[in-house]
Each structure stands twice: as structure tokens, then as C-alpha cells.
Design a binder for this molecule. Structure first.
Ligand SMILES: [Zn+2]
Length: 442
């Protein structure tokens, strides 16, 4: 192998001529940066002289603003930068534009291999791992994710073959901003996401899907929100509308928590329900004791499915059954509702009616309200039981997107967040650069 092609291979470069490779000592910048490697490159004749935006061949316009630098993957622990001229070409469509380079996306300061590795890492590791390993700012990771996703999206049709979908909303920025998401129930993949949670946002999904593919949708599950309901009724009226079991159970859990909080407040205000605590700087605050303390700690035990309880949590639930029958009644109400979704449609119908009667007479205000809400979504709930729309995919996508929204702090705008969600949970996950050979021995 000739030396120049060895360099190109080491850097994972295609359609590129390596002109010079040199070591730059840290002394050059007054010791402020680590030593690095400068690789001077140019595009091959065939790859050069093309518009950076569309790839059409253009005529030379001007030499641009001199040499430019792109961050490449490190060699071992040493940073590597590519350097090249960045002339402008005159494109028939885009006018004077910086010429395309084979090693990087238009306007990017990192090579394609670098972008690919960052995108893959962001879907696999923590924020700190990506930032420290790749020596980039988190905001830069956001920009890289957005451009990798834009390319992935352009190359695949993620809306092909959809029949059963789930529509949901995810909040971020501490619940101030929202993203509407669509999942494919058959694969569990996230297939669409866009900022906003309103009719206009959801309509753009159906616009993208098109009339023909909208007509192929057989089932739509959602959380019962009016804006989803109305757009679905309008755009795919043939689809069976189902209530996501995940959301229905969550409503019940919230109703239960209201009962628990009430009981806790009553208990801690009762004589002997709390004692004085002392914080930093002599700050005083009440600390729940006894009954109130157990109720406060019971939140997770009451939320979890009984089969997943730890021994200690099971003991807490057993204690509540004896000490606070009202909270326990609410707990049983939540459990009965949850188990409905595991019944056959024949059994679930009467069970749901009997549950609704129970809720109405429960004397638990939050469950009376829950009963009214469930009654309003009766048909959608029965549809999801009848059509066995699995709760799994929505719930797991929901849990994962919540993790992603937590990672999204520090990103600029919703695009990087959506890119990360689509790359991590979508049908085409990112691949590491240079991994197209299936097997490497040892
Ligand atoms: Zn162009």
C-alpha cells in the first residue's frame, strides 16, 4: 500500500487525496492545547468542484475564505484535524456556495466518521461519557445528532407499512415544552416526532403519511386527549380508536395518590402525627412520625404492580390494609382497573361495568372523577382490550423518551432532542464508522 492511501485508509477517507501529515507540538499554541496531528487533504478531481448543498457540479467562483479545519477521529489519544482549502463554486440552483467535501457534511466542523461515532455513542452512553470521550461540548453533540438524523431520515422511509400506531405527547424543559410522538405498535419503534402538542402538529404527521397510507391504518391508540381524537377522526376515520392501557392505569395511579396524600395530611396533623425537625442553620420543619411516616413512604409500594413489590413494600401494603382501609380500598380499585386489561373481552365488559359502579359509590372523590373519565372513554378502553393492543411498546418508548428528555438539557431547540429520540428509538439506529465488515477476529 502506498503511503498516501494508507493515510486515507487510517482516516476512513474516500474520494480524498492526503497531501501531508504532520505532528503539531503543543508548544505552537503556547502549550495551551495537547499535541495534535494536522492532515492536509483535498477532494479528488471527480469529487471536487461540486455544490455543497446539492452535489451538482458547478463552475469555480472564488477561493473562499482560505484554509478550513475539520475535527477527525482521534488517533489513539491524539486529536486529528483535516485541513483543506474551501473554495466556492457557482451552482445553477444555489448560486455561489462553498464546495462539497467528501469527508464532511456541508457546514459541519467535524468529519462524517466523527459525526457517526458521536451519534452512536449518544444513543448508547451517558452525556458525560460522550462529552469526555469525544472531547466535544454537549451542545455540539446536539448539532451533530441533528445533521446525522437529517441524513438518515432522507435515506429511509420510516412511515412505510404502518397499520397500528400509538400517538402520545412527551414533555421536556421541566414540563414547559412538548413533543408529539407516533410509535409503530407492531415493531415498538418510534416513527415520527415533532415539536408541539396540538391539532396542527398532528395534522403534519398525517400530511406526511399521505391519504393512501392513512387509509391503511387500522388501529390508533392514544391517551384520550381531545386534540388527538379529533384529528384521527378526521384523517383516518376507518381506524379503531383505542385507549392506551398505560395511560388509563396512570390515571388510576394518580387518583390513588390523591387518596394517599389526603390520608397522610390528616395523619400528620393529628396529635402525635409529627415532631419538630431541625435543618441547617436551625431551620425548623415538621417530620412525619408513625402512621403519617409510613403513608409518606408508601407511595412507590402503592404504585408498583403487586408482583413486583419487594418484601418491605409488600409489608407496607399489608400494613395499609389494616391501618388505613380507605387508602387500601383505593389501592384495590387501581389494581382492579389494571387487571381489566389482562382479561378476555368477554370477561372485561362486565368487569368494567362493575368497576364503574364501584367507583361511583366509592366515596373517594378522586375515584368518582376517575369513574366519570373512564366512562367517557369506555368504548376506546374496550377496543384496546378487544384488539389486544399491547401496552408494552408505548410504555417502553415512553420510559425511554423520558430519559432522552432528561439528556436533552443543554441542547438548542427541539431538533437535537427529536434527532436523539429518533436515532435511539427509531427503525434505523446509527452505526459506528468502519463497521461494515461483519466480523473481526479477536
Ligand atoms: Zn446546489
Amino acid at each position: 500500500m502506498r503511503k498516501v492511501s494508507l493515510w486515507a485508509a487510517l482516516l476512513g477517507l474516500e474520494k480524498t487525496v492526503v497531501q501531508e501529515v504532520e505532528f503539531v507540538d503543543s508548544d505552537e499554541a503556547g502549550g495551551a492545547c495537547p499535541p495534535w496531528v494536522r492532515v492536509s487533504v483535498r477532494a479528488t478531481k471527480r469529487a471536487g468542484g461540486r455544490c455543497g448543498r446539492c452535489g451538482r457540479r458547478g463552475s469555480g467562483y472564488d477561493p473562499g475564505s482560505g484554509r478550513r479545519r475539520w475535527r477527525s477521529l482521534d488517533w489513539g489519544s491524539m486529536p486529528v484535524y483535516l485541513e483543506a482549502d474551501a473554495p466556492r463554486v457557482r451552482c445553477r440552483v444555489h448560486g455561489p456556495t462553498v464546495a462539497a467535501v467528501p469527508w464532511a457534511r456541508h457546514g459541519a466542523g467535524h468529519t462524517r466518521a466523527f459525526d457517526a461515532q458521536v451519534a452512536w455513542l449518544a444513543t448508547q452512553c451517558s452525556k458525560a461519557a460522550v462529552v469526555q470521550l469525544m472531547r466535544v461540548a454537549w451542545r455540539t453533540v446536539g448539532a451533530i445528532l441533528a445533521r446525522v438524523w437529517a441524513d438518515t431520515d432522507a435515506a429511509t422511509d420510516r412511515l412505510a407499512g404502518l397499520t397500528r400506531i400509538g400517538i402520545d405527547e412527551i414533555s421536556y424543559k421541566r414540563g414547559y415544552k412538548f413533543v408529539t410522538v407516533v410509535i409503530n405498535h407492531d415493531t415498538g419503534a418510534l416513527v415520527w416526532a415533532a415539536p408541539g402538542r396540538d391539532r396542527a402538529t398532528l395534522r403534519t404527521f398525517f400530511d406526511e403519511l399521505g391519504a393512501q397510507r392513512s387509509a391503511a391504518i387500522t388501529h390508533v391508540s392514544a391517551d384520550g386527549a381531545g386534540w388527538i381524537e379529533s384529528v384521527v377522526r378526521d384523517r383516518c376515520p376507518q381506524a379503531v380508536r383505542c385507549a392506551d392501557p398505560f395511560h388509563v392505569v396512570r390515571w388510576a395511579t394518580q387518583a390513588l395518590d390523591e387518596v394517599r396524600r389526603d390520608a397522610w395530611n390528616t395523619a400528620r396533623r393529628a396529635p402525635g402525627g409529627s415532631r419538630q425537625g431541625y435543618g441547617a442553620g436551625g431551620r425548623r420543619f415538621p417530620v412525619a412520625t408513625g402512621h403519617a411516616q409510613t403513608l409518606k413512604g408508601a407511595r412507590w409500594a402503592l404504585w408498583k404492580n403487586p408482583e413486583n413489590l419487594t418484601d418491605k413494600q409488600a409489608a407496607t401494603v399489608a400494613w395499609i390494609a389494616v391501618a388505613d382501609p380507605r387508602v387500601h380500598r383505593a389501592y384495590l380499585g387501581k389494581e382492579r382497573l389494571r387487571l381489566l386489561f389482562q382479561m378476555s373481552p368477554q370477561d372485561a365488559g362486565p368487569a368494567l361495568s362493575s368497576w364503574l359502579q364501584w367507583a361511583q359509590r366509592s366515596q373517594l372523590p378522586s375515584f368518582v372523577r376517575l369513574g366519570q373519565r373512564i366512562a367517557a372513554h369506555h368504548d376506546a378502553i374496550m377496543a384496546s382490550i378487544e384488539h389486544r393492543l399491547s401496552n408494552g411498546p408505548t410504555e417502553s418508548v415512553n420510559a425511554k423518551t423520558r430519559l432522552i428528555t432528561r439528556m436533552a438539557y443543554g441542547f438548542h431547540g427541539p431538533d437535537p432532542l427529536i434527532a436523539l429520540a429518533m436515532l435511539k428509538l427509531g427503525p434505523t439506529p446509527p452505526t459506528l464508522p468502519g463497521r461494515n465488515h461483519p466480523r473481526i477476529c479477536q
